[in-house]
Design a protein. Sequence first.
Lengths: 226, 524
Amino acid sequence: MSTRILTVEDDERIRTAVKLALEDEGWEVVEADTGEAAIEAFRSQPTDVVLIDIMLPGVDGFEVCRAVRRQSDVPIIMVTARADTHDVVAGLEAGADDYLTKPFVPKELSARIRALLRRVRSGDSVLHRLRFGDLELIPDEGVVTVAGEPIHLTKTEFRLLVELASSPGRIFSREDLLEQVWGHGYLADSRLVDVHVRRLRTKVEADPGNPRHVLTVRGLGYKLAS
Amino acid sequence: MSLDGAGTTGVTNGDDTGPSDPTPAASGTTGSLVLPEPGARRRSPVESQLGLRARITLGFTLGALVLSTVIGAATITLTRRSLLAERERRTIERTAENAATLEGQLRNQAVDADLNPVVSDIPAQGPQFLMLRNQPASGEREVRTFFTGDVEEADLPQSLVTRAVWDAKPAVMRIEAGQTLYSAVGIPLPESGGAYFELNAIDDISSAVQSQAIILILVGSVATLAGTALGWWASRRALRPLIMVGEAAGRIAEGHLETRLNAADYAEDPELGPLVSSFNGMVANLQHRIDRDAQFASDVSHELRSPLTTINASVDVLARAADQLPERPRKALDLLESDLVRFTQLVEDLLEISRFDAGAVRLELDEVNLMGLVRRAVSDIADGDLPVVADDALDSELMELDKVRVVRILANFIDNADKYGGGADRVEVVADDHTVAIAVIDSGPGVPPDERELIFERFSRGVQGGRRGAGSGVGLGLALVAEHARLMGGRVEVTDRPDGKEGARFALELPKVPPAAGLRVVEL
């Protein structure tokens, strides 16, 4: 079955043109012109990636993001008008994995989609089963437990955790993480990393304000306490 | 400012605000507040050399000095006069009494008796003279004189003697005898036919007046100093609104358009109230117009985003099918594709520059290894065949940078060298104690000196127009570069190649310590 992408966009021209371009990549595209329609379409059929325009009439993109995230860990890319507004952080907080600004070129969009669809690197024998205190990771099975209880991570959060766990104690710069996890260049927006680390902490840390696993190294980046 | 002031205008303005104005930025703006007035009166040399505040203070000082001098002099004169008058009045009274007594005693004396003992018996406070008329046959005027004290008869002025003795009228006169100043009083003696004189030393009055004068001079000096202090204080008070206006104008010129004067402080003031409200009104208008212009540019770019997204996606679909197209439409598609890249870039630049205009930009500072960033950026931008030259010591240089902006500037320089400079030769990084310069050097025709500032203006088409070829960029790139540099507290400049060969050197100079981040956070 081919990859199915749900695009939520109220501008019919953009929606149609993006659909044509994504179909050229060999993906199946489902369209929705409102937030309500998007939530309905997401419920009724399996979806691999969701592309959401933040500026929607009625139920806005943030709400769609949260609604999708409540049901699924599917990768979400949001489309914003501007990169330097609070929209980006708000969208990431609402559960988006990555973002694009208009006007984007389809090559960029498909590169982002491919990066998010990439499977977690496996087959690395070291990564079969990892323990860090009360945190346990089974990368091949996509399972994370805290104090024996399985927890639910999005694909991006999971990849971020696995990346940090691939070399416990090593400091990963934000640039490293952007390249390894998101497939971005070194100039990408480091807020992507920061927001995802924050979300990851709320799930794996007993006290997210005082983390014991995912640690910030001031001025340098992040590391996983070994 | 008068016409002849043209050459010295800068100096004059600087001095006007200099002593009283703590902000250097405001002195320039104060200058612009001074509107040129045709036919304005010429400034005197003092005015043009001293600041307004110094002039006001000097005025107060001179005023206090003149006032205390006049009051002091008047006081001394009046005091002296009234002391002398009082002393004379008393001397006249006493002399008149003594004259009456003497007249009584003379009745009992022989005509040719020695009258000196009689005279000395009369109690007096100074030298005494008794002059009695003789009537010799010759008719000449002769007197017999008896006297006590150390004053010679000759010291008595003839006019005094004549009036008292011969005209038989009371006479008063100030005389000096033997270094001493006297008040001399002559009272006629009608029965004896002569006059009685008493002299009273009045030196003590002069010395009393002198010591009073010393006190007055001291008081006057204190008053003058107080005048200076008052002038300094008053000028500060009077100029404070002006200084405030200057500072506010300076902040506005720096881009803080939200700056206002506090109108409530001056609402009651009939002179300053209207000035403050019209100043604030002017700034509000200015801000409104700038906001409107920025909003317009932002709206235009915003409106362009959606169709551009559609066009980009559609052209992408077309391009994938390019090999199925006949040659002519394929050529048209190629043109469309390449100009779409330019057009998209232009819209993004326009958006970026409208964000600068609206003040809606901020630094995103990260601590980065400078050379690491430069090498990586250069190899990305120029596909690895552009050498980066730098001192080895710089390899460990860590700087707080907005790396996206630095890389954009570098990319723009390299792109510019490709288009107009025959391709970049090398990138060099040099540093001193406070700044780091990242420069791109090409071996093109260079930039003539008179165009070196112009090329950083928006759409400076005139400059590069002659050298524009197919696929050349739009005229916002270098203007944005200048804005990025300014935001980072640095600057950009273009010079000749340092090694004397033909070519240009485009340099970004950055302070090693960046300006405070997030200084201008405005949502647009």
